[in-house]
Design a protein around this ligand. Sequence first.
Ligand SMILES: Nc1ncnc2c1ncn2[C@@H]1O[C@H](COP(=O)(O)OP(=O)(O)OP(=O)(O)O)[C@@H](O)[C@H]1O
Length: 338
Amino acid sequence: MEDGQELLELNDISTSFKIDGQYYDAISHINLTVKRDGILAIVGESGCGKSTLATTIMGLHDTDTTRISGQALFDGQDLLKLDDKSMNDIRGAKIGMIFQDPLSALNPLKRIADQISEGLDYHTTMTSDEKHARVMELLSQVGIVNPERTARQFPHELSGGMRQRVIIAIAIACKPDIIIADEPTTALDVTIQAQILDVLRGIQAENHAGIILITHDLGVVAETADEVAVMYAGEVVERGTTEQVFNNPQHPYTRSLLRSVPQGNQDVTHDDLYVIEGSVPSIERMPQTGDRFAPRIPWIPAEAHEENPSMHEVAPGHQVRCTCYQQFYFKSLEETNK
Ligand SMILES: Nc1ncnc2c1ncn2[C@@H]1O[C@H](COP(=O)(O)OP(=O)(O)OP(=O)(O)O)[C@@H](O)[C@H]1O
């Protein structure tokens, strides 16, 4: 397959959860594309719907309490319409998932080799020798220096960084076309984070997969991703290449997120002072009309917002939600204190 080819197309995806007998949207009308050889980062504060998007694509929701609409087109089929058996065949084989907490994602009672082999058992007809060879190859690929030893160990015998490497080995065992990594480095210290990101980039180069990288860490995005989608309150509010979004952020939310990145030891000047208070509303309190970010920037006049905010193209491939970005400015502390 060619580079940059569209692997997964998310069209108008909404997912709502039933709470006290009523359904509430956790994500609304998501449109995104994952390309071969590309890393798409999904960023936003806690509660904005990043994990819900991942679990929706993976078909991991309880159908009795979850309502999903839209399409997730992959390999000529809509993942959201597949039955359990077909989805089980895809999960692990064509789409791999890396979870945030490697300890809870691993079985404490099973040796590492057996846990990596599980996917191979389910999805392939490899002999035991072939499986052993593949496990060794995978452990080396994720940077484990003594694969024979690690293969025989149990999860509690490994460090956090080693466990995350094992989780990645499990996710890529069957050479999936798509890897969804949900906060893969959050539980790790900074040095190990950098190593894990190197492993992910290496895998992308070697396996030619498309990666969805979910994170709230903009440093991770800047270092790793090709494209970025910024989510706020269940919606994508800005998307573009990493360069477009980082060098020329347009949505007030993106701009506030980027300003909150520590800028080394630069002195903060008057112009850098700004205030965006508040937090992501819970899904029961999510406004259903208007700009969901408007309450957090009350100094922007109501008429600057759209009634039904849509995405506007500000450069080829760079889109921003709602016209309010045209009139947005940061409010200085001086103004705030008036
Ligand atoms: N099964 C569920 N039932 C009810 N509400 C849910 C469920 N799963 C998630 N939510 C709600 O949906 C919203 C989005 O949650 P989600 O976990 O997708 O956000 P997130 O951006 O991944 O946050 P975090 O970074 O903390 O994981 C939140 O308000 C959350 O409380």
